[in-house]
Design a protein around this ligand. Structure first.
Ligand code: GUN
Length: 287
C-alpha cells in the first residue's frame, strides 16, 4: 500500500482565502466598506509576533482593513479593556482578535468577555461558545473550523464516523468536539488522564490531535484508513542541529497506516488564518 494521502492545507487555505477575497471585492462593488480586522498584541512573545505579522499580511491580501495594536508587556488590564471598548464602538472594525497568551497580570477571561460577541472572530466569547454548542449560527473558533474543512476535503459527509479528539483546550479540543458533533460524528474527547489512550485512538475513523506533545501519536495508535488531523507544531532538534518542525503525530509511522493525514507544516497551520478571514467577512456581513 502506498500509505496515506497527504491533505494539502496550504492549497486548501489558499482556496478559502481566494473565496474570501472574491466576496470582499463583491461587497466593496456593492458600495459597502471593506471589512476590518483589529489584532491586539500585548508584549513581544516571538511566536505571537510571527502570527500577528502573518495575520496582518493575509488580511490586506484579501482586501480587508488591518489594524494592528502593539502594546507593551506592562500594559494594565484596565488599559487593554479601554482599547477593546474603543474597538467595539468603531464601525470600521468588524473583527477583534486579542493574541493569546496574555501577560500573567491580565485575566484572559475578563478580556475575552469584554469583546463584542458580534466582533469575536476567534469564537472565544461565551456567547459564541454557547452558540457553537447549541448548533446555532456563530463565529466558531478558527483552528477547529480549519480542521473540519480539511477532514471534509477527504470525505464530504462525516456523518456516522467515530471521531476521537485528543486534547480538551478551549481553543481547539472542546470546540472541535462540538463541531464534529454538529457534523453528525460520534465524538470522544480524550486527554492526558484518559486510560489507554492508544486503544481509544484506535477506534477513530477521524482522529484530531491537539495536545502539544511532539510526535506523541504513533503508528500503532491508528485504525487503518483513518483520517488524521495534526494540530500540533513545534520545533525539535534535527540532524545537523538545524531543528525541524513536527506535529503531535509521528508522521512517517502514521502515514503508513492512515488513509489521509495532514503534514506539519502545511496542514492545519495555514487554515487558521484563512478561517479568521472567513469569520471577519461573516462578522462584517452580519453587521
Ligand atoms: N494563540 C494561539 N492560538 C490562538 C488563536 O487562535 N487566537 C488567539 N487570539 N490567540 C492564539
Amino acid at each position: 500500500m502506498a500509505g496515506a494521502s497527504i491533505i494539502d492545507g496550504k492549497e486548501i487555505a489558499a482556496q478559502v482565502r481566494r473565496e474570501v477575497a472574491a466576496k470582499v471585492a463583491e461587497r466593496v462593488a456593492r458600495g459597502r466598506p471593506a471589512p476590518g480586522l483589529a489584532v491586539v498584541l500585548v508584549g513581544n512573545d516571538p511566536a505571537s509576533e510571527v502570527y500577528v505579522r502573518n495575520k496582518a499580511r493575509s488580511t490586506r491580501e484579501v482586501g480587508m482593513g488591518s489594524f494592528e495594536h502593539r502594546l507593551p508587556a506592562s500594559t494594565s488590564e484596565a488599559d487593554l479593556l479601554v482599547l477593546i471598548a474603543d474597538l467595539n464602538a468603531r464601525s470600521d472594525v468588524n473583527g477583534i482578535l486579542v493574541q493569546l497568551p496574555l501577560p500573567k497580570h491580565i485575566d484572559p477571561v475578563r478580556v475575552i468577555e469584554a469583546i463584542d460577541p458580534a466582533k469575536d472572530v476567534d469564537g472565544f466569547h461565551p456567547v459564541n461558545v454557547g452558540r457553537v454548542a447549541s448548533g446555532a449560527k456563530a463565529l466558531a473558533p478558527c483552528t477547529p473550523t480549519g480542521c473540519l474543512i480539511l477532514a471534509s476535503s477527504v470525505q464530504a459527509d462525516l456523518g456516522g464516523l467515530e471521531a476521537v479528539v485528543i486534547g480538551r483546550s478551549n481553543i481547539v479540543g472542546k470546540p472541535m468536539a462540538q463541531l464534529l458533533l454538529s457534523a453528525n460524528c460520534t465524538v470522544t474527547i480524550a486527554h492526558s488522564r484518559t486510560r489507554d489512550l492508544p486503544l481509544v485512538a484506535r477506534r477513530a475513523d477521524l482522529l484530531v490531535v491537539a495536545v502539544g506533545r511532539a510526535e506523541m501519536v504513533r503508528g500503532d495508535w491508528i485504525k487503518p484508513g483513518a483520517i488524521v488531523i495534526d494540530v500540533g507544531i513545534q520545533r525539535v532538534a534535527g540532524a545537523g542541529g538545524k531543528g525541524r518542525l513536527v506535529g503531535d503525530v509521528a508522521f512517517e509511522e502514521v502515514k503508513a497506516v492512515a488513509g489521509a493525514i495532514t503534514p506539519v507544516p502545511g496542514g492545519v497551520g495555514p487554515m487558521t488564518i484563512a478561517c479568521l478571514l472567513q469569520n471577519t467577512l461573516q462578522a462584517a456581513e452580519a453587521a
